[in-house]
Design a protein around this ligand. Structure first.
Ligand SMILES: Nc1ncnc2c1ncn2[C@@H]1O[C@H](COP(=O)(O)OP(=O)(O)OP(=O)(O)O)[C@@H](O)[C@H]1O
Ligand SMILES: [Mg+2]
Length: 263
């Protein structure tokens, strides 16, 4: 584990109120505090509408809070910053570029010389297991492969922090498992700080150092659940199941009201 104990992201008394089309106020975040440590894998977990994306987008500088603030490395977040990369669910690949061209994109923007760009991009394409597809275009790839390209592109620019908003949400269970394993391995190798939004309890237990469990109406952090397990994790291990059950009970989920969580 690369987590250093140094606070990387500090969220204090964060509030966000939106106004919907009917002019009503929607309290998306009702005053929350959170600390993410350097090198930590933090999952934001909760049902639909509890404010996960709002919190992530405020941290990443895309949305301004109504009250409170976010500090990264002790400085207030004023807007998006290339050192903090955000990976969205819809991949955001350029259809006219090959796999290699997509992964090279961020390096071009950074002005990395062509040769170095190419070799660095190749390194990340290999890391996500797509060597054979390096000259293919996104439409020739499956959803899971496209998500791998997006991950390689994000990692290639060597960001300090990766913000990920349900990046595996659209994938089938088996592809999801494999990508979870890859993300966990890459996180161990590269030592990034990752904030990862999910509504999938087992995904959070598999990936996170700590899980911020959120509840809706208005969005709050109900509790922080640590996952004191090494990696790679065994999804059938009694410790894994114990943490999973703890998260279930934090969300007050019983078999008969599990559907409430899914809506
Ligand atoms: N631009 C907006 N204008 C008005 N209301 C919004 C806006 N964005 C989000 N909301 C509202 O804020 C609340 C939190 O939304 P948010 O997208 O952060 O939730 P979420 O936890 O990411 O949900 P999901 O799991 O479905 O993605 C919801 O009630 C949503 O309707
Ligand atoms: Mg969301």
């Amino acid at each position: 584990m690369k987590e250093t104990g140094i606070v990387k992201i500090l969220v204090s008394n964060l509030q966000k109120t939106y106004r919907n089309r009917q002019g009503e106020h929607v309290h998306a975040l009702a005053g929350m505090d959170l600390q993410v440590r350097e090198g930590e894998f933090m999952c934001l977990l909760g049902p639909s509408g509890c404010g996960k994306s709002t919190l992530l987008h405020i941290m990443a500088g895309f949305v301004r809070p109504s009250r409170g603030e976010v500090l990264i490395d002790g400085k207030p977040v004023a807007g998006p910053d290339p050192r903090y990369l955000t990976l969205f669910q819809n991949y955001g690949l350029f259809p006219w570029r090959s796999v290699l061209g997509n992964v090279e994109y961020g390096l071009e923007v950074q002005g990395v010389p062509r040769r170095e760009r190419r070799s660095r991009a190749m390194e990340y394409v290999s890391m996500v297991g797509l060597d054979r597809f390096v000259h293919n275009h996104p439409h020739e790839l499956s959803g899971g492969m496209q998500q791998r390209v997006a991950l390689a592109r994000a990692l290639a620019v060597d960001p300090d922090i990766l913000f990920m908003d349900e990046p595996l949400g659209a994938l089938d269970a088996i592809t999801r498992f494999r990508l979870q394993e890859e993300i966990s391995r890459i996180w161990r190798d590269k030592g990034k700080t990752i904030v990862f939004v999910t509504h999938d309890i087992e995904e959070a237990v598999y990936l996170a150092d700590r899980i911020a469990v959120m509840t809706p109406h208005p969005g709050r952090i109900k509790s922080i659940v640590p996952v004191p397990m090494g990696r790679p994790r065994d999804r059938t291990h009694p410790d894994f199941l114990r943490v999973r059950d703890q998260v279930y009970s934090e969300l007050r989920l019983k078999p008969e009201n599990v559907l409430d969580y899914c809506i």
